[in-house]
Structure formats: structure tokens, C-alpha cells
Design a binder for this molecule. Structure first.
Ligand code: ZN
Length: 138
């Protein structure tokens, strides 16, 4: 287990928590939680002032804007397969914008995400997946 950082109330230092198993004979009955720095023992884990390791990271503005650009309201990624310009038929996959042959996994600088309305899956139409097959309860 990774060492947990604590802000010890006894010595006031940011230090580490020491966990030591407590045995009653051969039976482990619990563990002692103490400060590595001064040896202050915490009675319960709830009392321990853990220091969060997830401190806010400092991003430059450039990093921030880049990140937003990559994850524009979609986690699908900029692959042709999710692009509105992606045209596919049984023989070829094409980019309707550039009029070139593409792969589903290609990335494109002119990627434009295909919305749900534009999802056009000929297979599901063929199989009649649109609409409900069963009776709906009122
Ligand atoms: Zn301490």
C-alpha cells in the first residue's frame, strides 16, 4: 500500500502515516496508526488528517485550451468513423469532404462529429431495429 500523507496535529509536520499490525497472540486484532515523524498515535482512522495528494495542478493557458479542443463535447475521438463526412459502403470507406478513401480509424483535421440524428446505420434499418418490436405498456 502506498504511504499516506498526513498533516500531523501533534508535530504539525506533513509526514507519513505508519501502519503497524497489532497481534493478540497470532490473531491480528487491528493496526496501530501513528505519525512517522513524532510517533503520535491516532486512535481511529477517522481522526487522521490525511493530506490529499490530488493537489490542483497548474496548467498553462495553452495546455488548457488544447485539452478543451481535443474533448469537444464528445469522447469518441476524431476518427473518421465518427465524422459526419464519413461515407461507407461495402467496398470502400470515403471522406465525403475530401473525396478520398479513408480508414475508419483515420484522424482528420476537418473532423466534424456526427450527431445522433445523423447516425445512419443501414444494418439496423435492415433488421428493423428502429421502433419497438414488442407491445408497449400504456
Ligand atoms: Zn507527528
Amino acid at each position: 500500500m502506498a504511504a499516506a500523507m498526513i498533516q500531523c496535529p501533534a508535530c504539525g509536520e506533513e509526514t507519513f502515516l505508519r501502519r503497524e499490525p497489532v497481534y493478540d497472540g497470532f490473531v491480528r486484532t487491528g493496526e496501530t496508526l501513528s505519525c512517522v515523524g513524532c510517533g503520535h498515535v491516532f486512535a481511529r482512522e477517522a481522526e487522521i488528517p490525511f493530506v490529499s495528494m490530488e493537489r490542483p495542478k497548474v496548467f498553462s493557458d495553452a495546455d488548457r485550451s488544447k485539452k478543451v479542443e481535443v474533448f469537444t463535447s464528445s469522447d469518441r475521438g476524431h476518427t473518421c468513423r465518427h465524422c459526419r463526412h464519413y461515407v461507407t459502403n461495402p467496398f470502400v470507406q470515403r471522406c465525403g469532404l475530401h473525396q478520398i478513401e479513408v480508414q475508419a480509424t483515420d484522424c482528420c483535421p476537418d473532423f466534424s462529429v456526427k450527431t445522433e440524428d445523423e447516425e445512419d446505420d443501414p444494418l439496423s434499418k435492415l433488421l428493423g431495429k428502429k421502433g419497438h418490436s414488442g407491445h408497449e405498456q400504456p
